[in-house]
Ligand binder design. Structure first.
Ligand code: KG4
Ligand code: ZN
Length: 334
């Protein structure tokens, strides 16, 4: 088969990213323009600001991606963009831009689900990896465990019933006056803390589900901070971060162990922003000794265009392109 060059656009949240990827596996460029500094001022992502910024920079990021890949627009075979889930205004910028580019160049266009992008990020890092494997998607908006049965064939095992794990890292960080995004800051503070100093309860369901729940843990940590503030007791941020982080990871490990007991398998991919957490990586690697653990490098863990191109490639091979009536789906379920 002829090589296939995909140009992909990811604008679902606060990163404007454009990548050029060959055959779903080889990154020729992966440009990411982060808006973190802008949103940091507000303590979180401001949707309207995010979409305006995407609009402002998207041309530039496309040019940079082409330049780094040393190709021209006409060398591209397929134009891809994230259509959901994400922020409506932010998604619209990338999706409509991709459609416009596709129409103007007379190249096919394809819409990609952001979660499918995260799952595919492992294909870029591990060239030999192929399904079946189990995949844990942990990000600011998602906590999902699924079996990747084949390329593009997924079997959902579990998901969060309330908050996503990354969202809880961010909310606790904010309460502790640590800057956005909270995950990396919690991890940094946790390094100097004692993870056994505070006992935060792990959520449990009455039924024997494998689903996750993080709102209970979030409330216990926030209550702990509020109570101490009220009583004018200085809290040790390092200990709070370490104890919270340990409990959050314990809860993931506990359910995934159950999932392996039920579904079997020997490979686990961990993807999404939270998977860039080194403590989490070490805990998984030392706990699941009989399982091959795949975690992509940081740049592929957080939102990026290359993962969208990889998912686009496999989806195109299986189902062909999308038509221009495809609209954004901010709340699409996986
Ligand atoms: O995948 P991502 O870039 O965007 C979404 O699709 O949500 O994930 C962002 C999330 C944020 O909640 C951020 O705090 C979290 O990933 N994150 C981390 C770390 N780095 C990023 N959480 C824990 N530890 C980290 N080192
Ligand atoms: Zn994401």
């Amino acid at each position: 088969m002829k090589d296939m060059i995909v140009l992909s656009i990811e604008t679902s949240c606060d990163e404007t990213s454009v990548a050029i990827v060959k055959n779903g596996r080889e990154i020729l460029s992966n440009k990411i323009l982060s808006q973190i500094d802008i949103h940091n001022e507000f303590g979180g992502v401001v949707p309207e600001v995010a979409s305006r910024k995407h609009l402002e920079v998207i041309n530039l990021v496309v040019d940079e991606a082409l330049k780094e890949a040393e190709i021209k627009l006409n060398d591209v075979d397929l134009i891809a963009a994230t259509y959901g889930p994400g922020l409506v205004g932010a998604l619209l910028v990338g999706l409509q831009y991709a459609k416009g580019l596709s129409y103007a160049l007379n190249k096919e266009f394809i819409g990609v689900n952001h979660i499918e992008g995260h799952i595919s990020s492992c294909f870029l890092e591990y060239k030999e990896l192929s399904p079946p494997f189990m995949s844990l998607v942990i990000s600011g908006g998602h906590t999902i465990l699924l079996n990747v049965v084949d390329y593009g064939v997924y079997e959902k095992i579990a998901e969060t019933r309330d908050d996503a794990i990354g969202e809880v890292f961010d909310k606790i960080a904010r309460k502790l006056n640590l800057s956005y995004p909270g995950g990396p800051n919690i991890e940094r503070f946790a390094k100097d803390g004692d993870e056994n100093s505070i006992k935060f309860p792990k959520s449990k369901f009455e039924d024997d589900t494998l689903d996750f729940s993080y709102s209970g843990l979030k409330s216990s940590v926030l209550n702990y901070i509020n109570q101490n503030n009220l009583n004018k007791i200085d809290i040790n941020k390092e200990n709070v971060c370490a104890s919270f982080q340990k409990t959050a990871v314990d809860m993931l490990i506990q359910n995934i162990e159950k999932a392996f007991n039920i579904y079997g398998g020997s490979k686990l991919c961990i993807v999404g922003g939270v998977s860039s957490n080194e403590y989490l990586k070490n805990r998984f690697k030392s706990y699941f000794r009989d399982v091959e653990i795949y975690i992509p490098s940081k740049i592929l863990c957080t939102d990026n265009g290359a993962m969208i191109a990889s998912a686009a490639y496999y989806s195109y091979i299986k189902n062909g392109s999308s038509d221009y009536t495809l609209n954004v789906s901010p709340n699409i379920k996986f």
